[in-house]
Design a protein around this ligand. Structure first.
Ligand code: NAD
Ligand code: IPM
Ligand code: MG
Length: 357
């Protein structure tokens, strides 16, 4: 029995819809195992701009720092996506949260539930058994370097920077994880072109000497994009920089069947933040069709990583597996053989998972 303070930060668009389901799952787990979870909510993104003018109000940040874990949804609104000159943007709230909480490691597990083999456009014989753990560096790179315009606004720049300690700390986490898995690590960079990547590779090579039991390979990011689709089973743990990790994991969502299946854990030295890798999905917002499984699986990561509740976490993953085995699907993971009555909306899918807990 444990007492924990969980902060729910739904954000924008389908973030609101799926996080409500993730919270219900946490509630049910607490009741089942006799834990006491207390909840608070905080604003971020477009909803925070509307309410306060600030994409990450100080009050939200203070609540995050004071909580034991954060369940996060997504940020984003078409208003800003279509206005490149907007000075205040929802995404700034997300990046500030990551920086302020020191969330330098973003773990993105890509694991295919067997029942979804048919939902993917990749051939089943290539896909079967795929199980990759991405470590995406999250507080450095081109995201956080100097950026601006010059030459009367006719030239724009974004500076990419990495320091040795930033590469070392994410690299160490990735090597440690590889040791607990299949002992293979792939470090992804663009060291044939980028100086940040050459420093990245130097640091990973140094770390490799400390982990002789882990088989290390180095791949360029362009080749990795190809290999993920050609032969996803060759990968175990992948460690890479912020921008490469962002792009490669959206691609890798197709290994798991859909963006709506991928959970993530953003961790550092303080409060951990657990979030689907997907965004606010304007195209389906308000329709009640968003897949809540990424949020539910994020809740499972929260239980495991921030609270050390392994059995609770495994129960949630098992419940998701059972629901998929029973044939239930949201629209994004349905295939031609799915009967219409088995295609559920966000809340109904959540109810199925709750009933299997
Ligand atoms: N972590 C975040 O908060 C985050 C991540 C990515 C994008 N964004 C923001 O989200 C907005 C939309 O961006 P985008 O369209 O490029 O990416 P997106 O991830 O929101 O959507 C990409 C596609 O995947 C589908 N999709 C995503 N999640 C789904 C789910 N749970 N169930 C079913 N289908 C799902 C969407 O319908 C869309 O077709 C932008 O404003 C962007 O900046 C935020
Ligand atoms: C919204 C955006 C800033 C964010 C990122 O690029 O990190 C998103 O794509 C993600 O993957 O969480
Ligand atoms: Mg992304």
């Amino acid at each position: 029995m444990a007492n924990k303070k969980i902060l729910i930060v739904p954000g924008d668009g389908i973030g609101q819809e799926v996080t409500a389901v993730g919270k219900k799952v946490l509630d049910k787990v607490a009741a089942k195992f006799g834990h006491e979870f207390t909840y608070d909510e905080a604003l971020i993104g477009h909803v925070a701009i509307e309410a306060t003018g600030n994409p990450l109000p100080e009050e939200s940040l203070a609540k995050m720092k004071a909580s034991d874990a954060v369940l996060f949804g997504a940020v984003g609104h078409p208003k800003y996506d279509n206005d490149p000159s907007a000075k205040v943007r929802p995404e700034q709230g997300l990046l500030k949260m990551r920086k302020e909480l020191g969330l330098y490691a973003n773990l993105r597990p890509i694991k295919l539930f067997d029942e979804l083999l048919a939902a993917s456009s990749i051939k089943p014989e290539i896909l079967r058994g795929a199980d990759i753990l991405f470590f995406r560096e999250l507080t450095g790179d081109i995201y956080f370097g100097d950026k601006g315009r010059k030459n009367n606004g006719d030239t724009a720049y974004d500076v990419a920077e990495y320091s040795r300690f930033e590469v070392e700390r994410i690299g160490r986490k990735a090597f440690d994880a590889a040791r607990t898995r299949r002992k293979k690590l792939c470090s992804v960079d663009k060291a044939n072109v980028l100086e940040t990547s050459r420093l990245w590779r130097e640091e990973i090579q140094k770390l490799a000497l400390e982990y002789p039991d882990v088989e290390v390979e180095y791949q360029f990011v362009d080749a990795t994009a190809m290999l993920l689709i050609k032969d996803p089973c060759r990968f175990d743990v992948v460690v890479t920089a912020n921008l490469f990790g962002d792009i490669l994991t959206d691609e890798a969502s197709q290994i798991a069947g859909s963006m709506g299946m991928l959970a993530s854990a953003s961790i550092g030295d303080g409060t951990g933040v657990y979030e689907p890798i997907h965004g606010s999905a304007h195209d389906i917002t308000g329709k009640g069709v968003a897949n809540p499984l990424a949020s539910i699986l994020s809740a499972a990561l929260l239980l495991d990583i921030s609270f050390g509740m392994k059995a609770e976490s495994e129960l949630v993953i098992h419940a998701v597996d059972q629901v998929l085995k029973a044939g239930y699907r949201t629209r994004d993971i349905a295939d031609a053989t799915t009967a219409p009555e088995m295609i559920l909306g966000t809340d109904a899918m959540g109810e199925q998972v709750l009933s299997h807990l």
